[in-house]
Design a protein around this ligand. Structure first.
Ligand code: NAD
Length: 482
């Protein structure tokens, strides 16, 4: 497969030094991938600008544009096994996850947004001005930069690319330098699907390439998924350049509240799935557990047993349940946060160490004795680390809601109870973009996804995603005699 840049319909070698991408299960280099120079970033943006108005793209009828997205969904499915293996090799996630979540999720997003192409509507409005027709048009926002992280590279790119194309935009993609391969392959498939030159451009490279896009005066909208720290840098760059629109999907620190009446076996199974999916490298991963004091011991025992029984191994090995972390650097971050928690008085029930082997494996870890002021309870770990604390059943639910809300983040949360009133009070009180009652955190293309507070701005997926990629124009047509 190619490892070059894709600009205006051509694969071109990057002028900056190539960056190696590694297999996290072995630490070995898979391949070097091109890096874009500032001139190449400018070239990609210029190609996207020109394609925006070109008849080959702007002149397509909605049914024709929809057909391109449907075709790309089909091609993703036709190449599903190869894409899954590529994602696992580059990112580390177990093949079962690459197949069922990443590749399936990507195809479903293109098909869902293909369906929207022929249904994007404006409105006619009852304004109080005489003899005037007033209506709105939904127009493409223009040139979009799509900057993606390393945890679900193919799926998160699809969350952005599918609504961007469905609404008639053009894009410049900047995948994470840690996991660029599935984005390259997706662009190859998009070429085969027949998207015209310049509509989809791709510039690989590190954060410096992302920074060039954030500060670029000719990018109209930037959709970014990644850390909150980089999200702040991008926001400043956008403000200082052209006030480009931003969609920000940032960090999370999801709380899980387990009430006294919860089905503990179901809560253990669902929280285990929600905590260790992709080795906890999930923005919505359940990480802080507030368990009713009466059920804490049972929950901890069963959860520790579940974690200890997980099969840790290379993602390419069938049957692996927990793959490696994505990089040595990230493993150090996870290990340091666990060590900090232990120094502050937390206790390890299971795990807590790097697992043996050349890859970046970390044992699934359960900590107890944590306090809300510890870093492990408010900083994003992004690893297979669960921190459990109890709440006092005699307290008002408001007290545990306040503890759950005690971070800067607000992406996802979960509650476990059989009582409808408790579930509603918790779901309404928690400040997060998504609250899952008695279930793991599963994204779906029809359900809006995004954060409160420092977890981001705007929503992806669902009809809400169309808002991020369109401008609303109001047209006033006066037909009176005066
Ligand atoms: P990251 O911030 O390190 O990098 C993300 C992307 O930003 C990469 O492509 C990187 O090259 C680029 N980048 C780095 N510096 C930049 C700069 N100055 N300007 C522009 N671009 C720059 O994030 P990561 O470590 O790859 O991903 C993990 C983070 O992503 C976690 O914080 C996680 O919570 C978040 N995330 C959020 C969601 C969500 O839906 N909210 C989903 C997945 C991941």
């Amino acid at each position: 497969m190619t490892t070059q840049l894709f600009i205006n319909g051509e694969w071109v070698p990057g002028s900056a030094a190539a960056i190696n991408t590694l297999n996290p299960a072995t630490g070995e280099v898979i391949t070097g991938v091109a890096s874009a120079s500032p001139a190449e970033v400018d070239g990609a943006v210029a190609a996207a600008r020109a394609a925006l108005a070109a008849p080959a793209w702007a002149g397509l009828l909605p049914v024709q544009r929809a057909a391109l997205l449907f075709r790309l969904a089909d091609l993703i499915e036709e190449n599903a096994e190869e894409l899954a293996r590529l994602e696992t090799t580059d990112q580390g996630q177990p093949l079962a996850i690459s197949r069922a979540v990443s590749v399936t999720g990507a195809a479903e997003h293109f098909r869902y947004f293909a369906g929207w192409v022929t249904k994007i509507q404006g409105s006619t409005n009852p304004i109080s001005y005489p003899d005037t027709l007033h209506y709105t048009r939904r127009e493409p926002i223009g040139v979009n930069a799509l900057i993606t992280p390393w945890n679900f590279p193919l799926m998160i790119l699809s969350w952005k690319l599918s609504p961007a194309l469905a609404t008639g935009n053009t894009v410049v993609i900047k995948p994470s330098e840690v996991t660029p391969l599935s984005a390259l392959r997706l662009v190859e498939l998009a070429v085969r699907a027949g998207f015209p030159p310049g509509v989809i451009n791709l510039v690989t490279g590190d954060g410096a390439v992302g920074a060039l896009l954030s500060a670029h005066p000719d990018v109209d909208h930037l959709s970014y998924t990644g850390s909150t720290a980089v999200g702040r840098v991008i926001t400043r760059a956008a403000a200082d350049s052209n006030l480009k629109r931003l969609t920000l999907e940032l960090g999370g620190k999801a709380p899980s509240i387990i009430a006294a009446d919860a089905d503990i076996d179901a809560a253990v199974a669902g929280n285990l799935a929600g905590a260790i999916l992709n080795s906890g490298q999930v923005c919505a991963a359940y990480t802080r557990f507030y368990v009713d004091a009466a059920r804490e011991a049972e929950f901890v025992d069963k959860m520790a047993a579940g974690l200890a029984a997980l099969r840790l191994g290379p993602g390419l090995e069938e049957g692996t349940q927990l793959g490696p972390l994505v990089s040595e650097r990230h493993l150090t971050h996870v290990r340091d946060l666990v060590a900090g928690g232990l120094r502050a008085g937390a206790e390890v029930i299971t795990g807590g160490q790097r697992a043996p082997g050349a890859g970046y494996f970390f044992e699934p870890t359960l900590l107890t004795g944590v306090r809300d002021d510890m870093a492990i309870m408010h900083e994003e770990v992004f690893g297979p680390v669960l921190a459990v604390t109890a709440y006092d059943a005699a307290e008002e639910l408001d007290a545990v809601i306040a503890r759950a809300n005690n971070t800067e983040y607000g992406l996802a949360a979960t509650v476990w109870t059989r009582d409808i009133a408790t579930s509603q009070r918790l779901a309404n009180g928690i400040r997060a973009g998504a609250v899952f009652v008695n279930m793991p955190p599963i994204p779906d293309m029809a359900a809006p996804w995004g954060g409160y507070r420092a977890s981001g701005w705007g929503r992806e997926m669902g009809p809400q995603a169309l808002d991020a990629y369109t401008e609303t124009k109001a047209v006033w047509l006066h037909y009176g005699r005066e």
